[in-house]
Write a protein that binds this ligand. Structure first.
Ligand SMILES: Cc1cc2nc3c(=O)[nH]c(=O)nc-3n(C[C@H](O)[C@H](O)[C@H](O)COP(=O)(O)OP(=O)(O)OC[C@H]3O[C@@H](n4cnc5c(N)ncnc54)[C@H](O)[C@@H]3O)c2cc1C
Length: 395
């Protein structure tokens, strides 16, 4: 099978997650001809299962920078689309902390990143979240930059923009295969959705938790650092919480509580479970979800009324050092990778996608991001990985 000039692009992106869509937008903006090959439909992976929280309350400096930039990008798109198609659903996030020692650690991070925050003491917390059972000494930390977004709207807006600027999108592509030349470069890509293979100068892989499977399936050298998978889950619960705060992160249960509507909450994460294979991440672990909702009863005594309406699960991926991977594959020189976004890919994705596009097109990127380069760990060593939310300041 041959390829014609029409099947030749500057960049081919494999996998249509949030980073790929922002990368595609950036590459088109700088004059590149792009095609995206997506196994299913755009954003049908972890992105479509997410709660859509974009938070600035994160421990790593690059994450706060990523979040602020992602917020700016999303705000721009939201403004352009106007009132009929709002991507931003709400703003602000309240973290409940057990006491002042934790508050010192959290606020130090926010201060060093120039993020404005408000401390809410125990007596005041009930004025803000009226149903909440507040322990003595407990404090709240509130930031107002954070967003909750409608990920599927963001995805459709980006899709429309890419198609309007002559980007090519192949969905329902099924198995995608790469052919590597003798010079260790990718020279063509094929998929079940196309008749003839496509060629590009540069390839970008954004297949999330399926990155390792992709390399194994293609008989190629796996990238390093090695992926670690864990189960990410959410439950939609009917329960009325009297609060104007759209998102509460409860450090004692490690659960996110997102106010979806007057009588509906999204409750998620909490303790998570490491899994051996991404496919295990597709099944709901009721034990974990019931525990998250049960623990919430301690917090919201009226939650006995709560009914779990629906729940879903999907694999999230991280790496041995808990950092994402962004950069060129250390063997295949025209193949650029992004994976390991953990449970923060909606927050990290827009900014990191753009940085990856810049790197792949030979432009300068934020020097701090060399920290994320694929060759940082040649031998994926065994580790005792304890699953926790990166939201907690661990560093
Ligand atoms: C329940 C849940 C809640 C979450 N909540 C939040 C949140 O509130 N805030 C936040 O910041 N993050 C959240 N996340 C995390 C976030 O969704 C992920 O970090 C992010 O979506 C990962 O992005 P990705 O592009 O790496 O992977 P994905 O979003 O999974 O995208 C990868 C894409 O590649 C495609 N693909 C896979 N294999 C192939 C292949 N072989 N060929 C072609 N295409 C392929 C998939 O179909 C998919 O479209 C949550 C995740 C889950 C599961």
């Amino acid at each position: 099978m041959g390829t014609s000039a029409a099947d030749t692009y500057d960049y081919i992106l494999i996998g249509g997650g949030i980073p790929a869509l922002f990368a595609a937008r950036e590459l088109i903006g700088s004059g590149g001809r792009i095609a995206i090959l997506e196994r299913d439909i755009l954003c049908s992976g972890a992105a479509s299962r997410s709660a859509g929280i974009v938070t600035v309350q994160l421990p790593l400096r690059f994450d706060v920078k990523a979040s602020l930039n992602s917020i700016r990008l999303i705000e721009e798109i939201d403004r352009l689309l106007g009132d009929d198609y709002r991507i931003i659903r709400s703003r602000g996030l309240l973290t409940l902390l057990p006491g002042s020692r934790m508050l010192d650690r959290f606020s130090l991070i926010l201060k060093s990143n120039n993020i404005n925050y408000r401390v809410i003491y125990d007596d005041e917390l009930n004025q803000i979240v009226s149903d909440l059972r507040v322990d003595s000494g407990e404090v709240g930390l509130y930031t107002d930059r954070d967003l909750v977004i409608d990920v599927s709207r963001l995805c459709s807006a980006l899709k429309r923009e890419i198609l309007d600027s002559d980007g090519v999108i192949y969905e329902k592509c099924g198995r995608v295969t790469l052919k590597i030349g003798a010079d260790s470069k990718v020279y063509k890509v094929n998929g079940e959705c196309i008749k003839y293979p496509l060629k590009a100068g540069t390839y970008i892989l954004n297949v999330g938790a399926y990155t390792r499977d992709f390399f194994i399936g293609n008989g190629l050298k796996e990238p390093l650092p090695r992926q670690i998978y864990y189960k990410c889950q959410l439950s939609s619960v009917t329960y009325r919480v009297r609060t104007d705060v759209p998102v509460i992160f409860d450090l004692s249960t490690r659960a996110y509580i997102v106010k979806e509507s007057e009588n509906r909450l999204l409750v998620g994460d909490g303790p998570c479970r490491v899994i051996n294979d991404p496919s295990e991440g597709l099944y709901i672990d009721h034990e974990i979800l019931y525990k998250v909702v049960f623990d919430l009863r301690e917090r919201f005594p009226r939650i006995e009324e709560a009914k779990m309406v629906s729940s879903w699960a999907y694999p999230c991926d991280t790496t041995h050092d808990l950092l994402p991977v962004l950069g060129e594959h250390d063997v295949y020189r025209n193949l650029y990778l992004i994976y390991g976004l953990s449970s923060y890919g909606i927050t990290r994705g827009p900014y990191l996608g753009i940085q990856l596009a810049k790197l792949a097109s030979g432009r300068r990127i934020d020097p701090e991001l060399t920290l994320l380069k694929p060759s940082r760990e040649r031998e994926g060593k065994d580790m005792d990985f304890t699953c926790y939310e990166p939201h907690t300041p661990i560093i």
